[in-house]
Design a protein around this ligand. Structure first.
Ligand code: G4P
Length: 528
């Protein structure tokens, strides 16, 4: 492997931001892009929150997004690094999409609102990061407002997220009394000045924390800082890179994204600490990024919402080797060779044809439904990357067609949207109507609106008696027939042909699991 490729791998950082809605993800993203010179002005990054919007608003937001899918991956340079920031939808109802995006990152940045502490969505996203031990850096935001005691926030993170905190910076006051942060690692004091600008003054080096200059700068808060630091020295664990890499420790920074304060320090630490692309598991072996041969997988499909062009973009993470435009690769699920001539690379505000790309980079591949989530492409070796999950849905609806003549279009629409991962689709053994499964209820509304807009299908949904789903796996087929016979009304086949058990409540599920110990009931399923 050439030294150029090794160097390119070393300077890449591919990450996503995890946070509860409103913690400041969009604001922070914008500041990061400003530092990277990828955008010139504040206000260029639009929040994709949908909390206060009707579905129609959401649709138009998505439509905008369809035309400029660039916001899904933002690539920028900072110092000597090439950074791929993968966007994750903010709304909890679309968290499945977020989960899959997290399979394509090498590390994550967790944003916490200092007034709210650890919130529900953060906990869910953290669970997903845990599945792959994704290293996490924490940014505690909104210090310009009154918030919780910083020590209490750290204790809450440790308790609720089960990860050890090591503060690398420490805040001095908060809200009206917010004076700045002290960088423990570099012994530098950064005084707070509300600002939208990116040119920041350097921190003041304070070699000795007992230096009386602190009194001049901080007044009575100087003593509080000394006390806090002494307390931390005794109580907090020293930062260890190995522990961060194993996701058992998270370095913590404090700041205010909207004031662009503490962001640059965090970004500087990020590029030093966060890992470049590493080995990736396949069903047979680990693939190393510096292997000669090209490989990668698809983690997201985005339908181009322009009805005139039914094409879709597959987001593809490169895991090894070098991509060059026009290269021929094997699409193993289809057993076909394909030429990648029209791949797109994502810049923050632009997308352009990609000539070459390296491990850690995300490329967009246009297709008409041939590529599915989880598909592996390699130069030759028949590999299958693992760890791209489907999550058992928690909400279900039966879909009813208003005009029976449109059955074909309905099936096509549902199948395509299931392939995109926009919804899960189940065909019950005993019923001819499809059941839709979703992790968040808003998904149903979007599916119905899209069926009408993109496939010309008028359909409605009705509630069903199911409340939970599990995928069925078995080694021993002898019990399978008995299981099927006894549970006919609760068995369906999903869009990829897997048997699925749909239970009306947890109690029923547990009872069935006890009755059939030979059968394994899985909450997640890997893509085929
Ligand atoms: P999200 O993507 O995580 O959902 O959050 P977003 O960045 O949209 O931020 C949510 C709200 O928090 C926004 O206010 C934003 O301005 C504010 N915010 C972000 N960082 C800080 C900070 O450091 N300090 C303070 N005080 N506020 C911060 P909004 O009123 O909802 O929107 P806007 O009208 O200000 O855009």
């Amino acid at each position: 492997m050439s030294s150029t490729i090794k160097r390119e791998i070393q300077r890449r950082r591919t990450f996503g931001i995890i946070s509860h809605p409103d913690a400041g993800k969009t604001t922070l993203t914008e500041k990061l892009l400003l530092f990277g010179g990828a955008i010139q002005m504040a206000g260029a990054v639009k929040s994709r929150k949908t909390d206060n919007h009707a579905v129609s608003d959401w649709m138009s937001i998505e439509q905008e997004r369809g035309i400029s899918v660039t916001s899904s991956v933002m690539k920028f340079n900072y110092r000597d690094c090439e950074i791929n920031l993968l966007d994750t939808p903010g709304h909890k109802d679309f968290s499945e999409d977020t989960y899959r995006v997290l399979t394509a990152v090498d590390s994550a940045l967790m944003v916490i609102d200092s007034a709210k502490g650890v919130e529900t969505q953060t906990m869910k996203l953290m669970e997903v990061c845990r599945m792959r031990n994704t290293p996490i850096i924490t940014f505690i935001n909104k210090l310009d407002r009154e918030g919780l005691d910083p020590l209490d926030i750290l204790a809450e993170i440790e308790d609720k997220l089960q990860i050890e905190c090591t503060p690398l910076s420490w805040p001095i006051g908060m809200g009206k009394n917010f004076k700045g942060v002290y960088n423990i690692h570099q012994r530098q004091l950064h005084l707070f000045t509300p600002s939208q600008a990116t040119s920041l003054q350097d921190g003041l080096l304070v070699k000795d924390i007992n230096d009386p200059v602190l009194e001049e700068l901080l007044g009575s808060q100087a003593d509080t800082l000394r006390e806090d630091l002494e307390l931390l020295e005794g109580a907090a664990n020293p930062f260890e890179h190995e522990e961060y890499m194993k996701a058992s420790q998270t370095p913590v920074f404090f700041g205010s994204a909207v004031n662009n304060f503490g962001v640059k320090e965090m970004l500087d630490a990020f590029i030093e600490l966060a890992p470049p692309p590493g080995p990736r598991p396949t069903t047979d072996r680990f693939v190393l990024p510096d292997e000669e041969s090209f490989s990668g997988f698809t983690f997201k499909i985005q339908a181009n919402m322009n009805p005139a062009h039914r094409d879709r973009i597959a987001f593809f993470r490169i895991c090894s080797g070098k991509f060059t435009r026009g290269m021929k690769i094997a699409h193993h699920r289809l057993g076909k060779e394909v030429t990648l001539s029209n791949a797109t690379i994502f810049m923050a505000q632009d997308r352009s044809n990609v000539e070459e790309a390296y491990p850690g980079d995300i490329i967009g591949i246009h297709n008409h439904g041939t590529i599915k989530i989880g598909d592996t492409f390699t130069e030759k070796e028949p590999l299958k990357f693992t760890g791209i999950p489907n999550f058992a849905p928690e909400h279900f609806r039966r879909i009813l067609l208003k005009n029976p003549l449109k059955a074909k279009q309905l099936n096509k629409g549902l199948e395509q949207m299931a392939e995109e991962g926009a919804v899960q689709l189940f065909k019950p053994l005993m019923d001819s109507n499809y059941i839709l499964g979703a992790v968040g209820v808003l998904q149903f509304d979007v599916i119905m609106a899209r069926l009408k807009a993109e496939y010309g299908v008028d359909a409605t949904t009705e509630p069903v008696e199911y409340a939970t789903a599990r995928w069925i796996y078995y080694n021993d087929t002898s019990k399978l027939d008995e299981f099927k016979n006894k549970n006919q009304a609760n068995i369906a086949v999903d869009a990829e042909g897997h048997l699925t058990f749909l239970a009306s409540n947890d109690w029923w599920l547990e009872r069935t699991m006890e009755n059939f110990p030979e059968i394994s009931f899985q909450k997640t399923r890997e893509y085929n």
